[in-house]
Design a protein around this ligand. Sequence first.
Ligand code: SF4
Ligand code: SF4
Length: 398
Amino acid sequence: MLRLEDYEKIIEKCSHCSYCQSTCPSYLTEQSESSVAKNRLLIIKETLMHKNLPFTPRAQEILDNCLLCTNCTQTCSSKVPIDDIIIAARIKMGQKGVGGIKQFVMGKMLTQRGLTGALGKAGSLAQKLGIATKEIPQLASKSFDKMYSGTYTPAGTIKKRVAYFVGCGTNFIFPDTGEAVVKVLNHNGIEVIIPEGQVCCGIPALGEGDLEGARSMVETNIKLFAELDVDAIVTDCTSCGMMFKEKAAKCLPDDDPLQEKIAAVTAKIWEVTDYLQNQGLEAAPGPLDVTWSYHVPCHRGWSPTVKDAPRQLLAQIPDAKLREFDNPEQCCGGAGTYFMEHREIAEKIRASRLEDVNNTVSDVILTQCPVCRFYIGFQVMDREVTHPIKILARAYGL
Ligand code: SF4
Ligand code: SF4
């Protein structure tokens, strides 16, 4: 479970090698030593854990400035789960009353399916909270769950049956991704079940230190998906996938009776392009004259194959050509709600990312993360930014 006390020994594994420095977007942008993961850990250890130093507003700011991108965890030579420790620290900060109303509201704002229109209200809410930004994603005219729910059966033989976890980004902002997921899976002989009652995966709440909120969402989703007789559970969002695969179990005590169901669901979770590439395409895609570039989402560490899945899958489309970015894994700065709360630094991180994007000539930019999609998309006017599954759908003529 994400209790700071449980990381007292693990935090000592940091050897101060500084490998984490080279991949931290906030350090690379601010060039501030305090932003390096090893130093964030040191602050947590000396203030919140051992209480040798007071927990000052500056200490809080340093922990708040972390994007929870997980790049440090992925590169750490000692396998320290840095992002988990920072989340545990934020939970502790919340328990101490640090973070207050802003943490509560930001934690809730994007997380509850029942809060239809939450994103629509986000602009004015953000302004009231002093986190004004012109760049608030627009809600789709009709959310995905208003158009799709229940079972979608392919024509012909059913090869596999999957359940589809629909993240909030797809549900509220990009239902086009969800439509492509259903159609492409059906086209490949895969039955798709979209259970009613699913809620946000919980990652925005967890990132804000709202363990209770995240736990409640995990419980709802796990109870729903564990009951289904399916071969796999797919999501189109890499952050939702990470939440299910790596974080859900940590939201509950180790001996909680639900852990067994969490393990069963976790074992079946796939990002959709990763799943299709792993299964192999049943239907051959037609030619599509398109040059595409691929922005790899930061939340890729939970699957050894997810970051290459779009490359391998779309390589099967005749005439489609991949033009790689120089740094396809460079963070865009969006990071869930980070771009609203930390506008200045997020924009600097994105400006750095856009140099590479603008130097790479292609027709379309692809990424599996809805936040990367809109946050890069706000500044890229000459090209479409979309999910890789949409290109496959087009190659099938769907
Ligand atoms: S999670 Fe990302 S932003 Fe936070 S310390 Fe690690 S690399 Fe830096
Ligand atoms: S890479 Fe890991 S072990 Fe090395 S300094 Fe960073 S946190 Fe410590």
